[in-house]
Ligand binder design. Structure first.
Ligand SMILES: NC(=O)c1ccc[n+]([C@@H]2O[C@H](COP(=O)([O-])OP(=O)(O)OC[C@H]3O[C@@H](n4cnc5c(N)ncnc54)[C@H](OP(=O)(O)O)[C@@H]3O)[C@@H](O)[C@H]2O)c1
Length: 329
């Protein structure tokens, strides 16, 4: 069976903990190389994971003719630049969330991808967990009526000063909305199956860095409203509730369930066996490229996601409601 040949761009903590171990066990993927700005760090990763090659610059990875697809795991502020360079070199890209740090960048990436043979997807991995397929099926079968409200949260305590210096740095794409707010935003879009027209949020902006550290507010959809919050200064919370006209679905651990996943359909628990959602994501992307089939989420989805996020960030700073369509012009 042929496999898609992968390279990892950025020897990040995420790549070490999640990305690389998942790529190494994805049936249709073959991880060929890693790249870092530092050759020493790349070599460490290469030997730790038993990989064939490593590079001390991102450029060299993109020049490797034996690589078909790139997993971008650098800081958020570099995602757009390295997606554009990957597309230029004819590589497919799975880019970690958030896709970019602005709508303008996302549209540039989408335009470049359109004129090429490459496929691009945002790595919003939670969408690949079977618990959400189960919930969608229940909704389609009318088990909670029409979706009226989505309530979603992602908060944690950002305590490590070294990590905080990156997660808050404006030029590196810092801020809670870009980092973790993308989960509540994407799940609202996912469960309403449409795009928000208006967002109205309030948040706290870091006095030194000037980026949002905590926010809460609403997004208005054609069929209802979502209530979202995210932040770097609250206990670990990752829950999601879908309220329909006649019932509800509740996920205590919506974005990355531990071993087993439990969701509640009209208060009845449904327990799903342990799975690796990262492997499911890499397998989906790899087989789509190998078989020439479409991705579940094409680059257009990533642009729409950035439009909602950008409107929310503007609303945090303006302290006013922001129209998403207005920001689309
Ligand atoms: N899907 C998920 O579950 C998930 C979870 C966590 C994070 N993520 C995403 O994965 C990406 C990496 O996150 P992380 O937490 O792993 O971050 P991290 O450990 O800080 O890694 C970021 C990497 O970016 C590279 N980099 C390039 N320029 C840099 C600069 N000026 N300062 C610091 N690093 C720079 C570095 O790689 P080199 O030194 O090798 O060049 C660094 O290792 C982010 O986009 C994040 O949103 C996704």
């Amino acid at each position: 069976m042929s496999k898609l040949r992968w390279g990892v761009l950025g020897c990040s903590s995420f790549a070490r903990r999640r990305g690389i171990p998942a790529l190494l066990t994805t049936p249709s993927a073959k991880l060929v190389a890693v790249a870092s700005r530092s050759k020493e760090k790349a070599e460490k990763f290469r030997s730790e994971f038993g990989l064939a090659r490593c590079y001390g610059s991102y450029e060299e990875l993109l020049d490797d003719p034996d690589i078909d697809a790139i997993h971008i795991t650098t800081v958020n502020g570099l995602h757009a630049e390295w997606m554009l360079k990957s597309i230029e070199k004819g590589k497919h890209v799975l880019c970690e969330k958030p896709f970019t740090t602005s709508v303008e960048q996302a549209e540039k990436v989408a335009a470049a991808a359109e004129g090429s043979k490459t496929k691009i997807m945002e790595g919003l991995v939670w969408r690949f967990h079977p618990q959400h397929k189960q919930a969608l099926k229940a909704i389609e079968q009318g088990e909670i009526g029409d979706v009226r409200l989505v309530r979603a949260a992602f908060t944690f305590q950002l305590q490590d000063p070294a990590v905080a210096a990156i997660r808050l740095h404006p030029e590196l794409g810092g801020g809670a909305m870009l980092d973790i707010g993308c989960y509540p935003v994407s799940s609202s879009r996912f469960y309403f199956g449409s795009e928000p027209s208006l967002v109205n949020v309030r948040g706290y902006v870091h006095a030194e860095y000037g980026v949002d550290v905590h926010m809460a507010g609403s997004m208005e959809f054609p069929g209802g409203v979502s209530l979202i919050d995210c932040g770097f200064d609250a206990p670990f919370r990752t829950d999601l509730e879908i309220v329909g006209s006649t019932g509800r679905i509740y996920f205590p651990k919506a974005w990355q369930p531990p071993q087993e996943a439990t969701l509640y359909l009209n208060d009845e628990p449904i327990v799903l066996p342990a799975t690796n959602q990262y492997v499911l994501m890499f397998e989906h992307f790899s087989t789509a490229i190998l078989q020439g089939s479409s991705l579940d989420w094409e680059v257009t989805d990533a642009v729409l996601q950035m439009k909602a996020i950008e409107a929310i960030i503007h609303s945090i700073h303006s302290r006013q409601p922001e129209t998403v369509q207005k920001r689309q012009s």
